[in-house]
Design a protein around this ligand. Structure first.
Ligand code: ADP
Ligand code: MG
Length: 633
């Protein structure tokens, strides 16, 4: 097959949409194009370093990897060149004509109209190259892939309006040059001072040299002249390899943005060199904001693995447990072989050590925020919990070794604060426990409001006993791994017999027994009526306002969990709840006195109780009919 030397191809529909957006709405943050193109050049160098391990000949006589930024006032162009991996013709068509990464739909859905935020999204969604069109009305890319002959060079060109041309060219040097033909009015960028300051601002952490031509004052011409010689603009050493005392907060933050494509600063970070049997450096960041794909099961971790400064792989998921998948950072190992593969990582002892150490680091960072007296840090922990609390909860089941530490990091909504924000720790709960209270009480519900208004809470509210309000999807699962904290058992208030321990007094107990006797007949009749629906019917003293509620047996799954299992398409066991009735409620007297409609009243009570806990009626139409009938008589 012969390849036409020059052809014109259309962009993928999404790219067209994206280009429209770039050009027409992102003009307030133009300078990010340089960060994106330098970031791509740096990635290209990383790829060559990695692939070059197996192909040392690819370096030829050009072994020093670098990035050059040049401008030309006459032709109004800015050019970013690298001698990294380069691209073949096919790669150019794929990489610069389509959006490869999944999540494009989410990208368009996320656009807020806020230019700064939208601009940041471009990086996050892997569409950085196209940002060149913010300042350029034409882009020319010339490239040759490492390992291919000079005759396999490629030129790509587009004005961003819908099509691009591609042709085969001769290109003596390896790597990629991207030339931006600046739009009218963008002459600002034809200035070395301006370009240098953008590079220092966004790209100082890039570990290879970024160079520009030297400029000097010419006394004869009385003007700045540009020389052939190049000079370095950035520090060009891997940030994590520098001396801690020489790294500024800004540098940590910019490096984080480069790694994560986030536009906000991280919540916290930690840089450590670990020596001993395993030797490695870890630079770990906790973001301030959950990425759009936090719940994507295929998402891997945000850790980049390096071996002795050589980039090995992205998303090395073995380096961080699943429940810390929001952590971004770099691990640089001194022990792993350069040809390490994902398979080797599975079994490596070194990896196990790194993973354990990194896990502990992250937990320490979080503990520091969580336990701090400093208002700023406290606020950070609240932000963290709002963004990632649900993920951290997975750790309770996933990481038994650190369970105790994770318990202390958990935060809950509670009847004490009555706010949906989760701020109460188990320790705080325990410190507020009532005299005679020996359990940590909680209730689960489908939503915060369902939990907060649960009838089961009535007696606890009356007695002023705090109850944790749990409504996250992971809560039921998580609870199966926490049986106690600080020697106190965790107890669902919607399960089993109500046992307030020494929170209720002898007199009360006597009265209760009395009432139970009085209601025995009624209860037996109700049991008959509800034979198919309820496992049991009994009198309760946990209600003050509601006529009835449903309870799960001590060792059975709660109604909430059963509903979740069913919703998830799982085979949920068929468990019948226990109906508990409030003897003080006027509806119960009605029931006692109305023989004719006894069945209807009983069923209504049951259905009400089911609705109140967020359950679904088996026969909603029948319920409505019954209720109307009772209302009219
Ligand atoms: P991302 O960098 O997030 O993948 P970009 O839109 O910035 O998304 O770049 C798209 C793709 O184009 C890159 O993944 C890479 O394969 C290719 N690419 C861009 N610039 C270069 C370059 N300088 N050298 C080699 N490949 C490049
Ligand atoms: Mg990029």
């Amino acid at each position: 097959m012969t390849v036409a030397t020059k052809e014109t191809l259309g962009f993928q529909a999404e790219v067209k949409q994206l280009l429209q957006l770039m050009i027409h709405s992102l003009y307030s943050n133009k300078e990010i194009f340089l960060r994106e193109l330098i970031s791509n050049a740096s990635d290209a160098a990383d790829k060559l370093r990695f692939e070059g391990i197996a192909h040392p000949d690819w370096y030829g006589d050009d072994p020093e990897l670098k990035i050059k930024v040049e401008f030309d006032k006459a032709s109004k162009t800015v050019t970013i060149s690298d001698n990294g991996i380069g691209m073949s013709r096919e790669e150019v068509i794929n990489n610069l004509g389509t959006i490869a990464r999944s999540g494009t739909k989410e990208f368009f859905a996320k656009l807020s109209g806020d230019q700064q935020k939208d601009a940041a999204l471009i990086g996050q969604f892997g569409v950085g190259f196209y940002s060149g069109f913010i300042v350029a009305d034409r882009i020319t890319v010339e490239t040759r892939r490492a390992g291919l002959p000079p005759s396999d060079g490629v030129r790509w060109e587009s004005d961003g309006s819908g099509v691009f041309t591609i042709e085969t060219i001769d290109r003596p040097q390896r790597g990629t040059s991207i030339t931006l033909h600046l739009r009218e009015g963008e002459d600002d960028f034809l200035n070395s001072y301006k370009l240098k300051s953008i590079i220092r601002k966004y790209s100082d952490h890039i570990s290879l040299p970024i160079q520009m031509r030297k400029e000097e004052w010419d006394e004869d011409k009385k003007e700045q002249v540009i020389r052939d010689e190049f000079e370095g603009i950035n520090q060009s050493s891997a940030l994590w390899a520098r001396n801690k005392t020489e790294i500024t907060e800004d540098q940590y933050n910019e490096f984080y943005k480069h790694l994560s494509h986030d536009y906000e600063n991280p919540l916290c970070y930690s840089l450590n060199r670990v020596e001993g049997r395993s030797e490695f450096t870890q630079l770990l960041y906790v973001p301030a904001r959950a990425p759009f794909d936090l719940w994507d099961r295929n998402k891997r971790g945000g850790i980049k693995l390096y071996v002795k400064r050589i980039f090995i792989m992205d998303d090395a998921e073995k380096l961080m447990p699943m429940y810390l998948r929001f952590v971004t950072g770099v691990i640089d190992s001194a022990d792993l072989p350069l040809n390490v593969s994902r398979e080797i990582l599975q079994e490596s002892r070194d990896i196990k050590v790194i993973r354990e150490s990194s896990t502990k680091r992250v937990l320490s960072m979080l503990e520091e925020l969580a336990s701090s007296e400093d208002e700023g840090k406290k606020e950070k922990y609240r932000t963290f919990w709002t963004q990632f609390g649900q993920v951290l909860k997975e750790g309770v089941g996933e990481d038994q070794a650190n369970q105790e530490r994770i318990f202390k990091l958990l935060r809950f909504a509670s009847t004490h604060t009555d706010s949906s924000e989760q701020t109460v720790s188990l320790a705080e709960y325990v410190s507020r426990m009532k005299e005679g209270q020996d359990k940590i009480y909680y209730v689960t519900g489908e939503s915060f409001n369902a939990a907060k208004n649960s009838p089961h809470l009535e007696i606890f509210r009356k007695k002023g006993v705090e109850v944790l309000l749990l409504s996250d999807r992971v809560d039921e699962w998580m609870l199966s791994f926490i049986t106690e904290f600080d020697g106190k058992q965790l107890a669902s208030i919607a399960k089993g017999d109500l046992d307030l321990g020494s929170l209720s007094d002898e007199k009360e107990k006597k009265e209760h027994e009395e009432t139970e006797k009085q209601f025995k007949d009624l209860v037996d009749r109700m049991k008959k009526v509800l034979e198919n629906k309820a496992k049991d019917v009994r009198v309760t003293f946990r209600l003050t306002d509601s006529p009835a509620c449903l309870i799960a047996d001590e060792n059975e799954l709660s109604g909430n969990l059963l509903r979740m299992l069913k919703a998830a398409g799982q085979n949920a066991p068929d468990m019948k709840p226990i109906l508990e009735i409030n003897p003080e409620h006027p509806l119960l007297s009605k029931l006692k006195d109305d023989d004719q409609k006894f069945d209807e009243w009983t069923n209504l009570l049951f259905d009400q109780a089911l609705l109140a806990e967020g359950g679904q009626l088996n026969d909603p139409a029948g319920f409505v009919k019954r209720m109307n009938h009772l209302l009219l008589n």
